[in-house]
Design a protein around this ligand. Structure first.
Ligand code: PLP
Ligand code: COI
Length: 341
């Protein structure tokens, strides 16, 4: 398979149009078989539910080229399950996990020339999404839907590679109300746009959102969960019902316990204990594990002892093991790495 002529090593996290996307329509109470399309544009009625009431959910996963030249995706079954949960919460028809997994296979195979080569530091990002497409004007769910998977080759989410990030404790809430923070819904992300632009304008890379009820506990950032390493080498990560159940985070916890013999704990994390941690990182499909060097809490700077100039040593071990599994250098647990071609 001849790869496209792209400068893989210098890709950022942006949209590059690829040759094919998967498209399936829901009408009269059922999904059609779906097909690959070369058309990247969508024509919608002006009153479609997605445009008026943001009835849309999405997922994110990556395809990689392994060391031995295979094309694989990482734990797509968990994306399929989470998409089902997100859709149910927004009163959308579920796109069945089995059909989801078939669509992932088809769209990656069709765009194999866009899957970055092994060692380039890049990957093919898959963005499955679904939206209510027919017109509604009263507040109610659509009756017709479209499910699509677009693909785009991407490099690191944060500019500067492993240069540690500076984040701030954020006074704005990220999630839409009514507890929808734990699903991947477009509205949640729209609600975070004001805060992320404000953070960037003030020189911060990201926001640490707090729990909306007490504003004392750390939740997550706009596009990633958070992990901390204690001074005695334990992994700690926030427990909350209003953060996205990150597949990367769940994988890191298992990697810590089963591959690195570390203790890993999911618990509430208070703002006033941040200064006690040795390392911190943002984790997600896009973020992978991006180290945090400094947390600013309303003018008070917390500089983490490891990670001001480079990734901390424990974070590095987690990063190397996780990416080693994803790229086929280390054997992963059963079912984590799924071959496409
Ligand atoms: N939290 C938010 C708000 C996200 O957008 C993402 C990215 O999908 C994550 C966490 C990380 O989740 P995952 O590891 O499943 O990509
Ligand atoms: C992902 O990591 O897949 C995400 O959805 C993060 C994102 C908002 C770019």
């Amino acid at each position: 398979m001849e790869k496209k002529n792209i400068d893989w090593g210098n890709l950022g996290f942006g949209y590059i149009q690829t040759d094919y996307r998967f498209v399936s329509n829901f009408k009269d109470g059922k999904w059609d078989d779906g097909e690959l399309s070369t058309d990247a544009n969508i024509v919608l009625n002006e009153c479609s539910c997605v445009l008026q009431y943001a009835q849309t959910v999405f997922e994110g996963l990556k395809a990689y080229t392994t060391e031995d030249g295979r094309t694989v995706v990482f734990r797509p079954d968990l994306n399929g399950e989470r998409l089902e949960q997100s859709a149910a919460r927004l009163k959308m028809p579920v796109y069945p996990k089995e059909k989801f997994l078939e669509a992932v296979q088809k769209v990656v195979k069709a765009n194999e020339a866009f899957v970055p080569p092994y060692g380039s530091g890049a990957s093919l990002y898959l963005r499955p999404y679904m939206f209510g497409s027919d017109p509604v004007i009263g507040v109610k769910p659509a009756t017709e839907y479209q499910f699509r998977i677009l693909t785009t080759p991407v490099g690191p989410y944060f500019k500067g590679g492993v240069k540690p990030l500076t984040v701030r404790i954020c006074d704005y809430d990220r999630a839409a109300p009514h507890g929808t923070g734990n699903i991947k819904a477009g509205l949640n992300y729209a609600m975070s746009l004001f805060a992320i632009v404000d953070a960037h304008e003030k020189g911060f890379d990201e926001n640490f959102y707090l729990d909306a009820a007490t504003r004392t506990k750390i939740e997550e950032t706009g596009g990633a969960n958070i992990i901390f390493i204690t001074k005695d080498g334990k992994l700690v990560t926030p427990k909350s019902d209003s953060i996205l159940p990150s597949i990367t985070r769940r994988s890191i916890v298992q990697v810590a316990r089963e591959y690195l013999d570390m203790e890993a704990e999911e618990r509430e994390i208070h703002v006033d204990e941040l200064a006690d941690f040795a390392e911190c990182g943002l984790c997600g499909t896009a973020a992978v594990i991006s180290p945090v060097g400094k947390i600013v809490d309303h003018g008070k700077e917390i500089c983490l002892p490891a990670g001001m100039t480079d990734m901390g040593p424990v974070t590095k071990k987690l990063y190397d093991t996780l990416t080693g599994i994803q790229m086929g250098r280390i054997k992963g647990p059963e079912g984590w790495v799924v071959e496409v071609c």
